[in-house]
Design a protein around this ligand. Structure first.
Ligand code: AMP
Length: 284
């Protein structure tokens, strides 16, 4: 196989054939699901996957099921040609780029869904009802199709990672979930495809999200109470020009209310103009 060009697999049949050949060769597989528009955050996942298995398969699919009505599904940046160049530069073995019809043969309204109740409904799930059901429904399809040994996800989408771990455990998927730390711009802003929506001025304000989270982490470590940390964080976001959605301290493993003695994570989401930004920091 030519290591400089990923095999571009556009159909389920092509994917299955490729996977079967890898299995016959006794090779293990790392899966990296993405929605494309690849950036340094995705590249960190590609790098991490390389050491995990013989072969690396990335998927590029803007999943309609995880976008709510009025969200940015239509306008989401689609840059497949550049994405394939990026995958080639990282010696990714194959790119699965399915059509919507291949993933949802009966349409998204009548699709089979997978839902992790409870933790899908809090935090981001509260303002984006159905979002995590869309995520778990596509990731379950990709797990079944690709049968990976390991799947790599970013800690940037912390709640997504927790939801996927729960789905994987409870549905007995035989895949190890690997989380990769968030990759940031030099000023602290986490890389995200949605950063493209920021105006120049908003881009200057955007690092305030990570700064507020870091400040909150220091307060938590100093013993401050989570409720007052959340209030102060929300105020800091407002002062920086955000319309905050939430700012919360949670237990890191299951996103339950914070308890001392357990690892915690502070998560925040807010709007800056047309961009909805999320970020988090872990506190051990
Ligand atoms: P997306 O294409 O936005 O669905 O993201 C695909 C994967 O990349 C997910 O597992 C994300 O958590 C991960 N990811 C996105 N941005 C970053 C980042 N800045 N650092 C690390 N991982 C990221």
């Amino acid at each position: 196989m030519d290591l400089t060009e990923p095999a571009v697999l556009a159909t389920v049949e092509a994917l299955r054939k490729w996977r079967e050949a890898r299995r016959r060769a006794g090779e293990t597989l790392a899966l990296i699901p993405t929605m494309g528009n690849l950036h340094a955050g995705h590249e960190a996942l590609l790098g991490a996957a390389r050491g995990e298995a013989h072969r690396v398969l990335a998927t590029v699919f803007v999943n309609p099921a995880q976008f709510g009505p009025g969200e940015d599904y239509e306008g989401y940046p689609r840059t497949l040609e550049r994405d394939l160049e990026c995958l080639a530069a990282h010696a990714v073995d194959a790119a699965f780029v399915p059509t919507q019809a291949a993933m949802y043969p009966n349409g998204t309204r009548n699709a089979v869904t997978v839902e992790v109740k409870g933790i899908s409904d809090i935090l981001c799930g509260q303002s984006r009802p159905g979002h995590f059901r869309g995520v778990t429904s596509i990731v379950a399809r990709l797990f079944n199709l690709t049968e990976p040994d390991v799947a790599v996800f970013g800690q940037k989408d912390y709640q997504q990672l927790v939801v996927i771990r729960r789905m994987t455990d409870e549905l007995f998927f035989r895949v190890r979930i690997r989380g990769v730390p968030t990759v940031r711009e030099p000023d602290g802003l986490a890389f995200s495809s949605r950063n493209h929506y920021l105006t120049k001025e908003e881009r200057q304000q955007a690092p305030a999200l990570y700064q507020a989270l870091q400040q909150a982490a220091r307060q938590l470590q100093a013993g401050a109470d989570p409720a007052s940390i959340a209030r102060a964080g929300t105020q800091a976001l407002i002062a920086a020009g955000f319309r905050p959605e939430y700012f919360e301290v949670r237990c890191a493993d299951d996103l339950s209310p914070p308890e001392e003695g357990r690892a915690r994570v502070i998560l925040a989401a807010g709007w800056l103009g047309k961009a909805r930004l999320i970020d988090n920091v872990q506190v051990n």
